[in-house]
Write a protein that binds this ligand. Structure first.
Ligand SMILES: [Zn+2]
Ligand SMILES: [Zn+2]
Length: 441
């Protein structure tokens, strides 16, 4: 039976709520600290995963560079990298601790109220339906009456959000009175908006903010010689990136690009402290993955967007350094502003691989030559054989092993070819070539 309200458009009332302090996710760590710890844990767990793969050469077929390149082409030692990464993480944590002082205490208990606010908005939005139908020549009220018997809810929507049969008891100054109520579909949609749509949009905004911030600052670092030589050149000492080198930066650059960019994205998007754990941790892990040195076909992070390890690796090559600035999530700024690398790169990668191998071979050959005087002092194996009248041993060629690692020989010409195809697929979907080599660095 229809209740008698002051207006057919009277809105269902909003529920009362009581705020309570939000308990932390982990009982013994405040959320504002956990959000600083998780990205560091994420960084090292993912880095160690890739380091393990690298050391044991588990997937040579998916390498972007050979182990010899890793040894010969980088201009920073592992210790330099480790030191600067830890320094950046200390700075970002200190900055986070300062920001945490600005965050007030988190509360919960208002969720049902907020969902009802969205339900009210949905109810108000329905008011345009009769006018919209009239615009296309449909009599909304007539249609509503016609469908009311079989589709009661639909009749209410068509009538502009009128559900006179839906009511609830409301307590006003201790007395129960009848008040309009929401339709269940309105509450379901409001629930989905509040719990999923809004956070997803906030998250999308935040990662777009990070991408935009990083693109323009990163590009500026390459366009301005002073900025490049003072700060960004350090990151580019890694021509062959590896996972834990992702945050190998000058401390000023690390703070400006990563810490400040992500911190501002968090503030601008209005994410909660709990939601920010996802933002900070995902951004960090994505950056590590982009430097991992592998085009792994089963790595979900490399499949979500075309901005992956193969994409960013081009930017680390001397010939691709003025392209592919976008980091870490999407590539649209490179596409929009024409800074995306275009064309085949297989030959360039091939040249770098060969040059690194030659470099290694030459070093080994020089080392072998430098040992000759020592050999002269001692009687050689050949001389000993002559003296003792023994058969001469066959001459041994100078070792041409590619790297001191166990399985480096497995990185054959065939694996390069297989990798090239896979990486091209990984980078561009299809067509184009990637794995080749650069010649100078
Ligand atoms: Zn750069
Ligand atoms: Zn990089």
């Amino acid at each position: 039976m229809a209740a008698n309200y002051s207006s057919p458009y009277e809105l269902p009332p909003l529920p009362e709520y009581t705020l309570r302090p939000q308990p932390p996710v982990v009982s013994w760590i405040p959320d504002s600290y956990l959000t600083l710890i998780l990205p560091i844990i994420g960084y090292w767990v993912v880095s160690l995963f890739f380091h393990f793969i690298d050391v044991y050469d588990l997937f040579p077929q998916y390498r972007l560079h050979t182990p010899v390149e890793l040894l010969k082409r980088n201009h920073a030692s592992r210790w330099d990298v480790l030191r600067d990464v830890i320094l950046q993480q200390i700075i970002q944590t200190l900055f986070g601790l300062v920001l945490a002082q600005l965050d007030g205490e988190s509360f919960y208990g208002k969720e049902e109220y907020d969902v009802s606010v969205w339900a009210q908005r949905i109810r108000i939005a329905q008011r345009v339906i009769p006018s919209a139908l009239a615009f296309v020549g449909i009599d909304a009220i007539g249609l509503s009456i016609k469908v009311a018997a079989s589709h009661k809810i639909l009749a209410g929507v068509i009538a502009g959000g009128q559900y006179p049969w839906l009511s609830q008891l409301e307590s006003v100054t201790g007395q129960s009175t009848s008040a309009p109520a929401f339709a269940s579909w309105e509450l379901s949609v409001a629930h989905a908006i509040y719990y999923y749509v809004v956070p997803a949009l906030q998250f999308l905004f935040a990662i777009s903010f990070v991408d935009t911030w990083q693109y323009f600052l990163h590009r500026a670092m390459h366009m301005n010689k002073w900025l490049y030589t003072q700060f960004h050149a350090r990151h580019h000492r890694l021509y062959v990136p590896y996972a834990y080198g992702a945050l190998y930066n000058h401390p000023v650059e690390g703070f400006a690009l990563d810490t400040l960019g992500t911190g501002l994205a968090y503030l601008a998007s209005g994410l909660t402290v709990r939601q920010s754990m996802w933002l900070f941790t995902c951004s960090t892990i994505k950056t590590v993955d982009d430097h991992c040195g592998y085009a792994l076909p089963f790595d979900p992070l490399q499949l979500i967007t075309s901005n992956n390890a193969a994409y960013h690796d081009i930017h680390h090559q001397s010939w691709g350094i003025k392209t592919n600035f976008s980091q870490p999530f999407f590539t649209y700024w490179d596409r929009l502003l024409g800074t995306i690398w275009k064309g085949d790169v297989s030959l360039k990668y091939e040249r770098s691989r060969v040059a690194a191998q030659r470099h290694m071979d030459k070093e080994q050959s020089d080392r072998a030559k430098s040992h000759v005087p020592e050999a002269i002092l001692k009687p050689s194996i050949f001389e000993q054989a002559k003296v003792n009248d023994l058969p001469l041993p066959a001459p041994q060629p100078i070792s041409t092993r590619r790297s001191p690692r166990k399985k480096n020989g497995s990185f054959s010409q065939q694996s390069i070819k297989g990798l090239r195809d896979r990486v091209n697929q990984n980078l561009q979907g299809k067509g184009g070539n990637l794995v080749g080599v650069e010649s100078s660095h």
